[in-house]
Design a protein around this ligand. Structure first.
Ligand SMILES: C=C(O[C@H]1C=CC=C(C(=O)O)[C@@H]1O)C(=O)O
Ligand SMILES: [Mg+2]
Length: 463
């Protein structure tokens, strides 16, 4: 297949190198080209031969797919002030970058993909050592599928000491490798052992939480549990994300690879989306299974809409998001009552929130204000985070944290990383949680989390 030749790469890189010499600091260039239609999973898979820091994002509306290979740069931030610090680093990178882009499509050009841990105050654990509290990657190669077309961005950080010819040669060679259109053979994982972590103790914690809620210590708390799998061989990331994308409509499909580990999932829960100044957030909480027949399905949906325990779980989320969004935007619109949001295995209560973000605020400001919403943390926010830190028996790492992307054109979107798994070669840890309110029944909550674990469990061959 013939692709357009990378536009004047040697000339562009040469100019950047001159600037790097002159200014004595690295210069970033970003080159966007329109390419022939490219399969996102294939691209991700081929990327393994180029660099083991890959990123994958597909929106729940399925109108945008981004696949990053390698790292031109990474934005890290420590515990305090991490969203603001990432924003500062991003601004600095943008100020020093030259972008060559004839198309101006969202999610192309200079863009960053990655995520944030749920709680940077949580004790560090070896399980998550490859995933810093904040890590946004500007991929060296980025495939973006948007508006029915495919685009390839090359982002390069050029240092004063770089050797021009060598660098350009390597870049073009990697580009050729990535654009080869082989078909990849999915490899299905074979599970050799499966272990739920302390289910009885987890139910006890849920019971204790309902008592603490009754005593007014807290109003709502989301408690998660873990399931561990072992496999015959190392799990192939591309197969897992392809299976997730094929089996989980209405969900964001994400994968972030870091030092050979990867964090992957299919989450239905948007945190915040920004397009120009248009802001969209989502309240998603309250759960019931899907029915086997359409009659049963409808009856269950109706039951969920009228269930006071689930409505309370949901309302905490609506109230908190409303307050946070109103603090930074205008024209806020929120329907009075939730509707149903159907997934493959279960249905949720759903209330969309739309607004216009006020000047001076960024998407990361919104993420900072919202995270964690009571759909992942609880109410009041800070007390719930402390409660989880103290009583939940697992290390959340990036589970339930914000994951997503932003570009240099004021577009971006973050979802919360639930229904997810951390995969380390031939091992995986799967996570799912549920909102505990005064009327929660530990056994029912246990069953709810079992259904939430299903999508990951199925694609990993554990069912
Ligand atoms: C925390 C999770 O789900 C949240 C999102 C939707 C519905 C929820 C619920 O009904 O409990 C949870 O708040 C999870 O799946 O790990
Ligand atoms: Mg629930």
């Amino acid at each position: 297949m013939l692709h357009t030749k990378a536009p004047h790469i040697e000339e562009i890189a040469g100019e950047a190198l001159q600037r790097a010499h002159l200014l004595g600091e690295p210069q970033c260039i970003s080159i966007v080209e329109h390419i022939d239609d490219m399969d996102a999973f294939q691209f991700f898979h081929t990327g393994e031969a180029v660099d083991l820091h890959r990123t994958f994002w597909q929106s729940a509306d399925n109108d945008l797919t981004m696949v990053g290979i390698g790292r031109a740069s990474q934005l890290y931030a420590e515990r305090t002030d991490r969203f603001q610090e990432v924003q500062r680093l991003w601004q600095k990178l943008m100020d020093n970058a030259v972008v060559y882009d004839d198309y101006q499509k969202k999610g192309t050009g200079l863009a960053a993909l990655g995520g944030f841990s749920f709680d940077p105050g949580e004790a560090d654990e070896r399980l998550w050592e490859s995933f810093p509290d904040s890590q946004m990657t500007i991929p060296a190669f980025l495939l973006t599928k948007v508006d029915g077309a495919s685009y390839l961005t090359m982002n390069v950080l050029i240092f004063p000491e770089d050797h021009l010819k060598q660098m350009v040669h390597q870049l073009l060679e990697q580009r050729e490798t990535l654009l080869k259109s082989d078909t990849f053979e999915p490899l299905f994982p074979v599970v050799t052992s499966r272990k739920e972590i302390a289910p009885a103790q987890w139910k006890e914690t849920v019971k204790k939480a309902t008592e603490d809620i009754r005593h007014g210590k807290i109003s709502k708390v989301v408690l998660a549990r873990e399931l561990r799998l072992k496999f015959q061989d190392a799990v192939q990331a591309a197969s897992v994300i392809k299976e997730l994308a094929d089996s989980q409509p209405n969900s964001y499909i994400f994968a972030f690879e870091s030092q050979g580990d990867y964090f992957v999932g299919a989450t239905p829960e948007r945190l915040a989306k920004l397009e120009n100044r248009r802001l969209v957030s989502t309240c998603l909480a309250g759960t019931i299974p899907r029915g086997a027949t359409s009659e049963e399905d409808e009856a269950l949906g109706l039951e969920l809409l009228n269930d006071s325990k689930n409505r309370q779980e949901h309302q905490f989320v609506v109230d908190m998001i409303k307050e946070a969004v109103e603090a930074c935007s205008s024209a806020v619109s929120i329907p009075d009552a939730p509707v149903l949001y159907p997934l493959k295995n279960l249905q949720h209560l759903y209330t969309p929130v739309t607004a216009v973000l006020d000047e001076g605020y960024t998407l990361l400001d919104v993420v900072e204000k919202l995270h964690p919403t009571p759909a992942l943390g609880g109410m009041p926010q800070q007390e719930a985070v402390y409660y989880i830190r103290q009583y939940e028996q697992l290390n959340r790492g990036w589970y339930a944290g914000p994951v997503g992307w932003f570009d240099a054109k004021n577009n971006g979107e973050f979802a919360v990383a639930i229904r997810s798994a951390l995969i380390q070669q031939d091992k995986a840890s799967l996570f799912a949680g549920c909102g505990v309110v005064e009327d929660s029944d530990p056994q029912a909550e246990y069953e709810e989390t079992a259904v939430k674990l299903k999508p990951m469990l199925t694609v990993l061959g554990g069912l």
